[in-house]
Design a protein around this ligand. Structure first.
Ligand code: SF4
Length: 281
């Protein structure tokens, strides 16, 4: 045995937006035995599988199109107005678990759009939250996930900048600075969720305290990628895993201290399983 000391970061685990969506889903699953959910309820396959076993049916937008007279859960990422219109047409009851932080951002973007501002959104192309944000502007806002996608000399001289809630704060302010240096007046709206940006700071401290870090997250999670990089930067002995089977004994030396942490979409039960596995080495 390697005599490892293992600790789980008590700030890691679901953010309140995800807790709220999962509680809502579980309540209806108890009553009804099944529930449709538009897209993965959370970007974590292990948690999705747990809920699927309880009767959650994940559907995509094309399946929603042909669904009628059912309850459908809207997950924390939110949806564009077109989804709500479709629900009315198909007599669907939407169980809206859109995160309040995302709803507030949708409203802010809608207000900017109504005031004819030129809107740029720093976010991942095709991400569900970004599609919902873009929908507030009748798909007119410009989405970019890297500053290199923008042709700076031809950009309008006044823009309103927003961010997807789970992007990196450092990158957002770097982008903001580059835009200003190129003579663009930016109405900057730091709309990164504090559940992500605060965790960023806490994780730096956490990652520094251990010989090895195991970062647990689904591969589809945006903030999982951001927060993994935060840990890796602080502690190069950081490993990314999505489930306990991916952990290798060779990563650990005798008497190592090991920190386990994760994204806002990583369930605590999964980090506990990871700890159990490490303790077998
Ligand atoms: S990360 Fe923030 S915005 Fe996203 S679901 Fe969680 S609480 Fe809501």
């Amino acid at each position: 045995m390697k005599n490892l000391r293992v600790e789980i970061d008590n700030h890691s685990g679901f953010c309140f937006g995800v807790v709220y969506a999962i509680e809502m889903a579980e309540e209806i699953l108890e009553e009804q035995g099944y529930l449709y959910c538009l897209g993965d309820i959370v970007h974590n396959d292990e948690e999705v599988n747990r809920l699927t076993r309880k009767g959650l049916k994940i559907i995509d937008h094309s399946e929603l199109f042909s669904l009628k007279n059912e309850k459908v859960l809207i997950r924390a990422h939110g949806e564009p107005p077109s989804t709500y219109e479709l629900a009315i047409n198909n007599n669907l009851t939407l169980i809206d678990a859109s995160c309040p932080v995302v709803l507030k951002l949708q409203n802010r973007i809608k207000n900017s759009f109504d005031k004819d501002e030129t809107i740029y959104i720093y976010g991942k192309h095709g991400h569900a939250e970004v599609i919902g944000l873009l929908g507030q502007t009748s798909n007119k806002a410009v989405v970019f996930q890297d500053i290199s996608e923008l042709d700076l000399p031809s950009l309008p001289k006044n823009i309103t900048l927003y961010s997807q809630t789970t992007k990196s704060t450092d990158k957002f302010y770097e982008i903001n600075e580059i835009l200003r240096q190129n003579g663009i007046t930016v109405n900057t709206n730091d709309t990164i969720c504090r559940q992500v940006s605060n965790r960023d700071k806490e994780l730096r401290d956490f990652a520094d305290k251990f010989d090895k870090i195991i970062f647990v997250s689904g591969t589809k999670s945006s903030n999982g990628k951001v927060l993994y990089n935060v840990c890796k930067e602080k502690n190069p002995n950081t490993h990314f895993v999505s489930n306990p089977d991916q952990i290798e004994s060779s990563w650990f030396d005798q008497n190592d201290s090991v920190g386990i942490c994760g994204a806002t979409s990583t369930p605590m039960w999964l980090m506990e399983q990871v700890r159990e596995r490490i303790l077998t080495f």
